[in-house]
Design a protein around this ligand. Structure first.
Ligand code: FAD
Length: 284
């Protein structure tokens, strides 16, 4: 299919991009989701503004105890960043699971987060990392947590005229173990279910645990009950299984031709146990 006619502007500066978005233009980053949507006529913007080449949105740097990632940073750059691999390995590991090489070379972290596909990989890690998103418009900037950003399928806290400028993730303290485990939808590479886990021990017990889930429901979420069940435990296999059994509790599970709701719930429990086991094995 061919997209409806549209006007295209390649923004030269971030301010120019913001002005265009304020005037109603749709941001285009890697084009890996927007262009297919336009070709299928599921999206028909009259004007797109290309932000994918803006240097102001392309960086990964450490500041103030956190790692700041420009929204137009590609999945490949996240996956291969020495800074992220060393200090926030969960995000680099998750990026490596996205699609294929071509998708990772073109797709961007801001584009993926803004698109809020319920089967996207990053949102699981964003929930587990308690990531923050810096949103910018012509009126100024605000920072929104991942927990508040993902509202529903393809729906986020982004207001009209706002773009994601930056993603902020923590520098992991020494001893934190992390893992992302995913059931791949073989045709697209998206997650049928994906679970991100972070664990830290304190005095031989589990002191901190965070679990982010994608693919199961209409939006990514943190499995708070499962986290609570593991806190203060030694981390035995039985304790992990008991906690994992809670990740799908009360969740309205998605169903499609790839997996029924019951099968997805089952996968979420199995992959939560795997992610927690792997994260614990990596924790000090
Ligand atoms: P675009 O397609 O350019 O934009 C997507 C949406 O985000 C648009 O609505 C756009 O207006 C908006 N947008 C873009 N940047 C910003 C910004 N900074 N601020 C506000 N809004 C913005 N994803 C996975 O997670 N896992 C997979 O396994 C996977 N497999 C894929 C396989 C294929 C074949 C393809 C084509 C895509 C796949 N994807 C997968 C999706 C991929 O990760 C996309 O890169 C991502 O969803 C969108 O990023 P983008 O930079 O391409 O954004």
């Amino acid at each position: 299919m061919i997209a409806q006619n549209f006007e295209y502007t390649a923004a030269r500066t971030l301010d120019e991009a913001i002005a265009q978005v304020a005037a109603g233009a749709k941001p285009l980053a890697g084009g890996m989701s927007l262009i297919p949507m336009m070709k299928l006529r599921l999206a028909a913007p009259e004007h797109v503004v290309d932000i994918g080449r803006l240097k102001d949105l392309n960086y990964i740097r450490e500041a103030g105890g956190a790692i700041h990632i420009g929204a137009a940073t590609t999945h490949h750059d996240v996956e291969s960043s020495a800074l992220l691999r060393g200090k926030c390995p969960l995000l680099a590991e998750t990026a490596a699971h996205i699609g294929d090489v071509q998708v990772r070379n073109m797709g961007t972290i801001g584009g993926s987060v803004a698109h809020a596909d319920p089967s996207a990989d990053y949102p699981a890690a964003m929930q587990a990392l308690e990531a923050k998103f810096v949103l910018k418009s012509s009126k100024g900037e605000r920072t929104v947590s991942a927990a508040d950003f993902f509202i529903d399928t393809f729906a986020t806290a982004l207001d009209m005229g706002e773009i994601i400028r930056e993603v902020i993730v923590p520098v992991e303290p020494q001893g934190v173990g992390t893992s992302y485990q995913k059931v791949v939808q073989p045709a697209s590479g998206f997650a049928i279910v994906g679970v991100a886990a972070r664990v830290a021990r304190s005095g031989g017990k589990i002191g901190m645990v965070r679990i982010g889930v994608t693919g199961l429901a209409g939006k990514s979420y943190r499995a708070l009950e499962a986290e609570k069940a593991l806190e203060g435990k030694a981390g035995s296999s039985a304790e992990i299984q008991n906690a994992a059994a809670l990740v799908a509790q009360g969740v309205d599970a998605n169903a499609d031709l790839h997996a029924s709701a019951d099968y997805r719930r089952h996968l979420a429990i199995v992959y939560a146990a795997r992610a927690l086991t792997a994260a614990l094995a990596r924790s000090a």
